[in-house]
Design a protein around this ligand. Structure first.
Ligand SMILES: Cc1ncc(COP(=O)(O)O)c(C=O)c1O
Length: 373
């Protein structure tokens, strides 16, 4: 995104996919005709209806971005402020949103092969002060979700999934979007499905949805009654138009992503020392191409050599969030697996417009560094 021009063509880690320009202006014509720009307009309604069918889920409430989706879902789901069990192997927003909303994160370590919260460790960390759990389907991998869902239900603890990476993922027999009390999505430009910026709260619980809809609109219940202190988290019509169009194209884009993902796997499989995230059985969305190197030194060398060739991988997610300086010492925890994975992980470029020859070239650079160590 927005990379500077240089002599060498730069291969960014991702590139937003876009619908045909004419289709976008055609939809904007409706906005010009109605003068309805925001405040849950007809395009936002249509987008929510489309998302309910696509995911599928009975309730999908669109908001301004994935961070607000998290904040609103905590308020709608957790019974009170207190300790929330969460993972340190995630993007900063999972943790900052908890702190911003006044919860105390309790970090629990991840599974070394799925990179998601380890349900057995979550079980061990559940004490009376815990008001909820925030789990992440990291890189869209739903592994461990059903086990966490069962655990939360049996221990009477509320559960929110940060599913920012999981758009388009489908699981059986338990549908992904029925897990926990709510899941959140990010429609940021860097995600496989986007609306420039945007997000949504997805839930099967009508009362959670009702609360989110009120919270995103200042806490208003009707035009003259503010029943609680909400916020402005509405998705505007220009964003909704982009989302609506991308919904037409997303499955084709996922297919293109899969081809490139599979190509990386066949190019790198068997390269001693390169490991892949173990995915749960599902219809996956191939939004990220994470690889795990044997050491941090090697990961950093691979990153450096790729950069020198004009490739821009990203160290997602490094550092892990539990070591962030804004967290007081008491909130820090020992999460050796997350620290190890975080210091060795590297996300390679993956998006529908990436050339298959680029996948070969990137893989060759990775192989050269790893084999020459
Ligand atoms: C795991 C995770 N959670 C939350 C977010 C926040 O989403 P947004 O950028 O739409 O606010 C992101 C990405 O941006 C993310 O990767």
């Amino acid at each position: 995104m927005g990379h500077r021009r240089s002599k060498k063509p730069v291969l960014p880690v991702t590139l937003p996919s876009l619908p045909p320009f004419e289709e976008y202006t055609e939809l904007l014509r409706e906005v010009w005709d109605t003068h309805w720009l925001t405040n849950q307009g007809p395009l936002a309604d249509r987008l929510e209806a489309g998302l309910r069918r696509y995911l599928p889920s009975p309730h999908v409430d669109a908001v301004t971005n994935g961070t607000l989706a998290l904040q609103l879902s905590y308020r709608a789901v957790f019974p009170r402020k207190g300790v929330v069990i969460t993972t340190p192997f995630t993007f900063a927003a999972t943790t900052t949103s908890l702190v911003w909303e006044g919860y105390t994160p309790r970090f629990v370590d991840i599974d070394p092969v799925t990179f998601n919260l380890d349900p057995a460790l979550v079980d061990a960390a559940l004490r009376d002060d815990v008001v909820g759990i925030v789990a992440v389907h990291v890189f869209g991998n739903p592994a461990g979700g059903p086990a966490l869902s069962r655990l939360a239900a049996s221990r009477n603890v509320k559960l929110v999934f940060d599913a920012a990476h999981a758009f388009g993922v489908r699981t059986r027999p338990v549908p992904l979007w029925s897990l926990g009390n709510a899941s959140t999505l990010s429609f940021h430009a860097t995600k496989s499905f986007h609306s420039f910026e945007g997000g949504a709260v997805v839930t099967s619980e009508a009362n959670v949805s009702r609360r989110v809809r009120r919270l995103r609109n200042f806490g208003l219940r009707g035009p003259e009654e503010v029943v609680e202190a909400g916020i402005n988290a509405k998705l505007n019509e220009a964003q909704a138009a982009m989302g609506l169009l991308n919904l037409r194209y997303i499955d084709g884009w996922i297919r293109l992503r899969k081809e490139r993902y599979d190509r990386y796997r066949s190019e790198l499989e068997g390269t001693g020392g390169v490991q892949f995230q173990e995915l749960a059985k599902c219809r996956y969305n191939y939004t990220y191409m994470p690889i795990l190197l044997p050491t941090k030194r090697l990961r950093d060398r691979v990153a450096r050599d790729l950069e020198r060739s004009g490739v821009r991988p990203r160290k997602y997610f490094f550092p892990p969030t539990h070591v962030a300086p804004y967290l007081r010492g008491s909130r820090r925890a020992s999460c050796p697996v997350a620290e190890s994975v975080s210091s060795r992980v590297l996300c390679l470029p993956l998006h529908p417009a990436l050339g298959v020859s680029d996948v070969r070239r990137i893989s060759a650079i990775v192989r050269t560094v790893v084999q020459g160590r």
